[in-house]
Design a protein around this ligand. Structure first.
Ligand code: BES
Ligand code: MN
Ligand code: ZN
Length: 499
């Protein structure tokens, strides 16, 4: 998609479709909307008057401009922005996405988007570009027919009277973020026969070369030498060797706190059968997305490489396949993790925490002082929070609070669950240091978190359980169904706030 910025002459833009936003109950009585209403012979006020369009979030109304009359474009789309008082920057991304999808459906290839609001120009341009790009992602990669071959190839961002460089820098940032989110979504959508741990590592490596990140792939022999018995116990039953993907971003100039290194750690289970504690057949296909946490880390690192913040970041992804086999681990096996702790595996389907144990310990060994891990870790978080909030837990309240508040700015919701000594006691094992499950049916999401916490030494740590938010079951006005790239935007903010 090509991006362009303009600061005047919106009504004369030579594109297939124009899109303008309106707040809830906004009338065509001032500014650009009023001009457009005049130029269309009162079509906008007519649609508003007839109650066809109320300006609700996600709502659209398409006006056909035939004959074209005074506007060059032949389509004009009204896009709802909701309550004026409740407007957040991220709503602009959703509105731009909604506009792009709606005009694409109406066969427009080039569009111009204008939104009059109180969000700063650069921020609004960024949100618009990101929203336009993420709105174009579709699940049809492997279709040979009935592919969604329509595409909006040109997006013109309009902001009356704005400086060209303000728009330009916002569009470039939005493009970097949107494309990186789609990179994450493409990985999460890949079938597991194609996206094996090795392929995931290859994709990360190729991306790293393209954007200028350091990438190191640890193979099983390396991991064995480092004592990662917990992670390796999960890959034992798979024909596919596990890979630890390590991405490093080093800024030209470090303005962060001295000695601080942010570590992003992701669960990259390329397919989760449950292992010997095998899952039921029904719904098992969903487990191709069990590498979404890892995909989020890879996409976020890509965005960071392009945005060039002035702080270092390390990304660690444990890419592993969980399969049942003669070599697979059994319920009752005891393994030793990299930090020396022994783990009694009582359920081989609680595998995410087993690989994250070694991954977070590795990140800390590599110097990470603040760690965010993300994982499609538990079904319990879906029962607790559904698809609207990511579960967050951690060992440092200020760090957790910061992520929750940055999430609000980014348009991503996090809801905290408690971790405490009392919960940690519930994963004590009779025969080893800890066991990988807690009491049946009790606080499943917290049990996953307190397990991972056992492998954090001194770092500040937050755990994001994205099982409910990484995949969208139905299409939305601004995005297709499927992978969401949840947390990418919040993590980018976290990195930029550390500068
Ligand atoms: N990947 C799953 C979590 C999951 C389940 C995500 C359903 C999305 C939908 C994870 O590895 C898992 O199997 N967790 C178990 C843990 C249990 C055995 C303690 C779960 O949540 O049932
Ligand atoms: Mn599992
Ligand atoms: Zn899993």
């Amino acid at each position: 998609m090509d991006f362009q910025g303009i600061s005047g002459n919106f009504t004369e833009a030579g594109v297939d479709g124009l899109a303008v936003t309106l707040f809830k109950n906004e009338k065509a009585s001032s500014g650009l909307i009023k001009d457009l209403d005049k130029l269309t012979g009162g079509q906008i006020s007519a649609v508003i008057k007839s109650d066809e369009f109320k300006g609700e979030v996600g709502e659209t109304a398409l006006l056909r401009l035939t004959p074209k009359g005074k506007l060059k474009a032949s389509r004009l789309l009204l896009v709802g922005l909701g309550d004026r008082k409740e407007l957040k920057a991220s709503d602009i991304a959703a509105a731009a996405g909604t506009a792009t999808r709606a005009l694409r459906k109406a066969n427009a290839r080039s569009i111009a988007f204008s939104s009059s609001n109180d969000i700063g120009v650069t921020e609004a341009a960024q949100q618009s570009a990101q929203g336009a790009i993420t709105s174009q992602f579709e699940l049809d990669k492997y279709k040979t027919k009935e592919k969604n071959d329509k595409a909006v190839t040109k997006f013109v961002f309009h902001s009356e009277g704005a400086k060209g460089n303000e728009i330009k820098s916002g569009l470039a940032r939005g493009q970097a973020i949107g494309e990186s989110m789609n990179f994450t979504r493409d990985l999460a959508n890949e079938p597991p026969n194609i996206l094996t741990p090795t392929e995931m590592a290859n994709r990360a490596q190729k991306m790293a070369r393209e954007v200028g990140l350091k990438c190191e792939i640890l193979d099983e022999a390396r991991m064995r030498k480092m004592g990662m018995g917990s992670l390796l116990s999960v890959s034992a039953g798979s024909e596919q060797p596990a890979k630890m993907i390590v991405l490093r971003y080093t800024p030209a100039r470090n303005t962060g706190k001295k000695g601080d290194l942010l570590g992003l750690v992701g669960k990259g289970i390329t397919f989760d059968t449950g292992g010997i504690s095998i899952k039921p057949a029904e719904g098992m296909e969903a487990m191709k997305y069990d590498m979404s946490g890892g995909a989020t880390v890879i996409g976020t690192m890509r965005a960071i490489a392009l945005l060039k913040p002035t702080v270092p970041v390390i990304g660690v992804v444990a890419a592993v396949e969980n399969m049942p086999d003669g070599k697979a681990s059994r319920p009752s096996d005891v393994v030793t993790a990299m930090n020396g702790k022994t783990v009694e595996i009582l359920n081989t389907d609680a595998e995410g925490r087993l690989i994250l144990a070694d991954a977070v310990a590795y990140a800390e060994q590599q110097g990470a002082t603040r760690i965010v891990d993300m994982a499609t870790l538990t079904g319990a978080v879906i029962i607790a929070l559904g698809d609207q909030n990511t579960g967050i837990m951690g060992n440092d309240q200020a760090f957790v609070d910061q992520i929750i508040s940055l999430g609000k700015e980014a348009g991503e919701n996090f809801w905290q669950l408690p971790v405490s000594k009392e919960y940690s006691k519930q994963i004590k094992s009779d025969i080893a240091d800890i066991k990988n499950i807690g009491p049946r049916g009790k606080a499943g999401t917290i049990m996953g978190a307190v397990f991972i916490q056992e492998f954090i030494d001194k770092a500040k740590w937050a755990h994001l359980d994205i099982a409910g938010t990484a995949w969208n079951d139905s299409v939305r006005p601004h995005q297709s169904k499927g992978p969401t790239a949840v947390a990418v935007r919040t993590l980018i903010k976290l990195v930029e706030k550390s500068q």
